[in-house]
Write a protein that binds this ligand. Sequence first.
Ligand code: 3HC
Length: 378
Amino acid sequence: MTIKNITVLGSGIMGHGIAQVSAMAGYKVFLRDIEQVFLDKAMEKIKWSLQKLTEKNKITSENAVTIYNNITPVIDLKKATENTDLIIEAVPEDFKLKEKVYGELNEIVKNEVIFASNTSTLPITELSKLTNHPENFIGVHFFNPPQLMKLVEVIPGKDTDKQVVDELTRFVHSIDKNPVICKKDVSGFIVNRIFIPLVHEALHSMDRDKVSMDVIDSAVKFKLNFPMGIFELADYTGLDVIYKASYEMSLRDKHVLLMHPRIKELYEGNQLGQKTGKGFYEYKKENYERVNLTEEKAAQYEPLSIVGVAANNAAWLVENEVCTLEDLNLALSLGMGLKTGIFDLVRKLSPSRVLENLKSLGEQQEFYHPNKYIENFK
Ligand code: 3HC
């Protein structure tokens, strides 16, 4: 089959971006949400983003108009899906909600349509069973902001047809993104298995080491060369996304992260980060804003446990053949903008210090026990 028409379900941060990058590749896109106000906001964000890309000469202003017109915002699910070849579901990360959406789709969608979920953490095989055709179901995980991040994780479920994997991989290339196949349907897939636990670890380190958020973030940015600090990135991603991802990941795998209660508090207090004007930090505008991080602040903190926790989860992914080390580093570079491979960060800080730190933390909490790969790391 050839994909021409795409339906994106959910017009939030990820949904509107996925619709935009698909339209930029020439696809006709129906962007569906349940209320007009959500769609209006999404189309405003698309307009803002296209304007930014025009200013930077990435597209012409004529292109911007064509792209914008390639996206039809719609509430009616039947209309959104009647001629579709590919449905990308990007509704909030709640299993019950997804169950409801797939239930509705089962009633109205043709048999051969591919269902792709942009879930950040829910198991693809479990989701596929909510549909009439698990063989046509696949995970397709974009990164925020989809307009700028080049990575898409492609996650086949247990029953996904090989042709669907190939078709989806072609689609990802066609929208000018790099697919990385996540070979096992594990909690957090590849990048979130590294990123989400780091948000919790940054909080634990703040308590333990008595340093401020901006000091930790500055060290992450200037010593580890991350494009954003961890708290800054969590605010940018949204504390609702971080909380739900943390919950789902730890529900299925007790060892993947060490939950910190602050995430739930922020979520329940509707302090969701940039989108609500307050999360870990405070923000003045909604579209895109950076935190002031400095080299002076970075000098006050050694991010040993941040690197240790990331390296432990990275070792787990490689050891369990979820991906190769090469794919892991590619995914982290294209999905989180990391300039240095994860084990090169261990080398940069000193393998013995990272190991000693994990061992000493591991005396209190089993979570930190170093993976045997780290134990033997030179
Ligand atoms: N469309 C178009 N332009 C955009 C944009 C968008 N959606 N968002 C931001 N921009 C613009 C900004 O306005 C800014 O423009 P300006 O130069 O006119 O001010 C420009 O892009 C970015 O400039 P900066 O100097 O601030 O940015 P960087 O060089 O640091 O690049 C970045 C920005 C690509 C976002 C980079 O900081 C980065 O890679 N951050 C990490 C993002 C990341 O890790 N994402 C993954 C999170 S995990 C996830 O999404 C998975 C989920 O399941 C949880």
